[in-house]
Design a protein around this ligand. Structure first.
Ligand code: SF4
Length: 427
């Protein structure tokens, strides 16, 4: 159904040895996901049960809305809470009651755990159950952990979506669910493509509101739009849904093969598939060709951060002409990342987890043209003359599907272009 260019490699990286290291890590915590999730789920409120540090992280990362009341906040654990001198549960009940009284628009309330709430072993699952009984049916209260203990920043979304799956209504209908929070405009483009292919009914997790008719059951098939949804994948399988494995929809190739996996499941003919995808494929290829010129034959090194590293390495090597030296990912999940690893030609070191000092040594020795890493590493590496791309930007920018393929290449080309301009200016 899909003609791939270049053809898949004879030997992909799925069976390559993986370097696994555990040590100091440089990552943001899972609270970060609230920044895009609160925009996506329009009747939800995210109440972080945490410290002032958590509140500052959210406030500075998400900014302050001037025209609307924010749909996230922090119930701050004071020292007396942390010392176990107060009954944190009754304080939480009081805070939630006040919040829901003041904000009748809230239909879904997420209690979000943090490092401090986990350290004092505050049982938010029990709190969510109790509060649901109090505030149902108007408000559904769920909990998940956004803590930075042993997690990486995209796991916040995974934990949030995984928490929603067990309470979805059951259905016997044969339906497609696309999983992963996408900007509305990108989600609409995707739904437009699936509709043109005649695929449906299609639902999206997370839905924009609690009133959606999203349900799950043994005839549900689901496609993941984000590569960091391992727990959600497991939760959906527990509900009997079946995953459609595919490379992730980044770039022309990723989008085409992702759509083709769904099209095949729903019996779309090759002619119909070509009719719908030929024009956007052509546009995507042209946009990539224009944007990716500075990337040709340049090397790239990925530190593990967003969990997008493997699909992005596939995109950069196969569609932008780059050479991957190391592709680090916080976690590698065969069911999720296998199809992208199949398309990534053997050669780069695949690594899972991190010992940041050892990885910095490898990066310095390799002197890549471009290093994709977290904010904490980017400035020091820039000071050492390496060009960097902040991994977090890839999650905040619309980069999925055909119409964004050129922008995705541009994101990587920008630091190289900037460096060459600065280099010319300095001469
Ligand atoms: S959850 Fe943990 S890592 Fe995140 S801001 Fe709060 S204390 Fe820091």
């Amino acid at each position: 159904m899909t003609q791939q260019s270049p053809p898949p490699p004879a030997l992909g990286c799925r069976s390559s040895p993986v370097l696994k290291q555990r040590g100091q890590r440089e990552v943001f915590c899972g609270l970060t996901g609230i920044i895009w999730l609160h925009r996506k789920i329009q009747d939800a409120f995210f109440l972080v049960v945490g410290s002032r540090t958590c509140a500052h992280l959210l406030q500075s990362a998400a900014g302050v809305m001037i025209f609307a009341e924010p749909r996230f906040g922090t119930a701050i654990l004071e020292e007396s809470d942390l010392a176990g001198l107060n009954d944190a549960h009754s304080e939480l009940d009081r805070t939630v009651a006040q919040l829901l009284e003041r904000r009748p628009d809230i239909r879904q309330l997420f209690l979000v755990g943090s490092c401090p709430s986990e350290v004092i072993k505050l049982d938010l699952a029990r709190a969510a159950e109790r509060l649901t009984q109090v505030h149902a049916p108007k408000v559904r209260v769920l909990d998940y952990s956004g803590s930075g203990i042993e997690t990486t920043f995209t796991q916040g979304e995974d934990a949030c979506l995984a928490a929603m799956v067990p309470v979805l209504p059951a259905t016997e209908a044969r339906e497609l669910v696309v999983v992963g929070a996408l900007p509305d405009v990108v989600e609409d483009q995707m739904l437009g493509l699936l509709d043109a292919l005649g695929i449906g009914p299609v639902h999206v997790l997370p839905a924009r509101s609690a009133d959606s008719d999203l349900a799950v059951g043994p005839n549900t098939v689901f496609a993941l739009a984000q590569p960091f949804l391992g727990d959600t994948h497991a939760a959906l399988e527990r509900r009997g849904a079946r995953h459609l494995p595919a490379p992730f929809p980044f770039g022309e190739e990723g989008t085409t093969v992702w759509l083709a996996a769904i099209a095949q499941e729903f019996g779309v003919t090759p002619d119909r598939f070509a009719e719908v995808t030929d024009a956007p494929r052509r546009r995507a290829r042209q946009a990539i060709a224009q944007a990716a010129a500075p990337l040709a034959d340049k090397s790239v090194f990925f530190f593990p951060d967003s969990q997008l590293e493997i699909p992005l390495a596939r995109f950069l090597t196969r569609e932008c002409g780059m050479l991957a030296l190391e592709v680090g990912s916080p976690y590698i999940h065969d069911a999720l990342h296998g199809p992208d690893l199949d398309l990534l030609a053997q050669g780069p070191q695949i690594s899972e987890g991190q010992d940041v000092d050892l990885q910095l040594d490898r990066c310095r020795a390799a002197r890549p043209d471009l290093t994709v890493c977290g904010l904490g590493l980017a400035n020091p590496l820039e000071a050492e003359g390496l060009s960097t791309k902040w991994a977090i930007e890839l999650v905040f920018t619309p980069v999925h599907f055909y119409e964004q393929a050129g922008d995705l290449a541009s994101l990587f080309a920008r630091p190289l272009r900037r460096k060459s301009i600065l280099g010319v200016a300095a001469e």
